[in-house]
Structures are given as structure tokens and as C-alpha cells.
Write a protein that binds this ligand. Structure first.
Ligand code: DQA
Length: 147
């Protein structure tokens, strides 16, 4: 059975109340629940994880390398633009991943235009709100069927 890990970075625990005009009205539990339900229907197991701390996120990505995770969907939040450590963790575990952003980072401040993840990702979805996670999941489920 394909095991998919969804990783949410800093401040994404505040979804629903955090700048809803940018990030939407859904809270993280609602998003994760929808993803779990869809993954289950697709015959996969989905585990969601959120932390505000870079080292804890690195630890979780390393664990994914040991626990049979076959695909990662990750929104690194602000660490997108700063974290060589999280990038290195993903390179080390060699698990295919999709980078997701709720907002269109390219339509925002210039410091959000650079990502430490995109060039090593399978792909990147941004600007589609919580739907972006669902589209990434559809891809992961199909990729899992092929492998
Ligand atoms: C974000 C975009 C980042 O620039 C920001 O720091 C976030 C959320 C998004 O989902 O749009 O925390 O990753």
C-alpha cells in the first residue's frame, strides 16, 4: 500500500484564521481530513504532519526515509525560501515529492519567488488554495499505481 506523507511547515497550523484572503478559510484539520478520505478511497495511506520548527521537520523527513513513505506532499511555508536543511533532508531520503503553496508566491513579495525545493521536486502547485494539495494527491495516487 502506498504511504503518502503530507508535511505542513510553520504557521500552517493557523490556517482558517491566518490571512484568509490569502490562504483561504479551511483549517488544517479540514484539509487533512479531505486528503485522508481521498487517499483511503484510492487505496493509499496518508499521514499528515505539521511543525513550526525546522529541525523537527527535518527529523520527520528523515523518518519518512525509514518508515516506508513512498511519496511526500510538502508545503514548507516560509522555510520554502530559507531552508537548505529541509532540502538536504529530501535529497537524502530520495522520496519523490510535490511542493504545494496555497497562495501564488510569484504574485507576492520578491523574497517568496525563490524556493529551495522546486528544482528537486517532481513538480510544484501554487495559487490554487487547498485544492493544490488535492491535485498533488491525485498525482501521487496515480504515480503509486504505476510503481
Ligand atoms: C506559503 C507561501 C509562503 O511564502 C509563506 O511563507 C507561507 C505559506 C503558501 O502556502 O502560500 O507560510 O507556503
Amino acid at each position: 500500500m502506498l504511504r503518502i506523507l503530507v508535511v505542513h511547515g510553520p504557521n500552517l497550523n493557523l490556517l482558517g484564521t491566518r490571512e484568509p484572503s490569502i490562504y483561504g478559510a479551511d483549517n488544517l484539520d479540514q484539509i487533512n481530513q479531505r486528503l485522508r478520505t481521498r487517499a483511503q478511497a484510492g487505496g493509499a495511506e496518508l499521514v499528515a504532519f505539521q511543525s513550526n520548527t525546522e529541525g523537527i521537520l527535518v527529523d520527520r523527513l528523515q523518518e519518512a526515509g525509514r518508515d516506508g513513505t513512498g511519496f511526500v506532499i510538502i508545503n514548507p511555508g516560509a522555510y520554502t525560501h530559507t531552508s537548505v536543511a529541509m532540502r538536504d533532508a529530501l535529497s537524502a531520503v530520495k522520496i519523490p515529492f510535490i511542493e504545494v503553496h496555497l497562495s501564488n508566491v510569484f504574485a507576492r513579495e520578491s523574497f517568496r519567488h525563490h524556493s529551495y525545493f522546486t528544482d528537486i521536486a517532481v513538480g510544484m502547485v501554487c495559487g490554487l488554495g487547498a485544492k493544490g494539495y488535492e491535485l498533488a494527491l491525485e498525482y501521487a495516487l496515480q504515480a503509486g499505481e504505476r510503481s
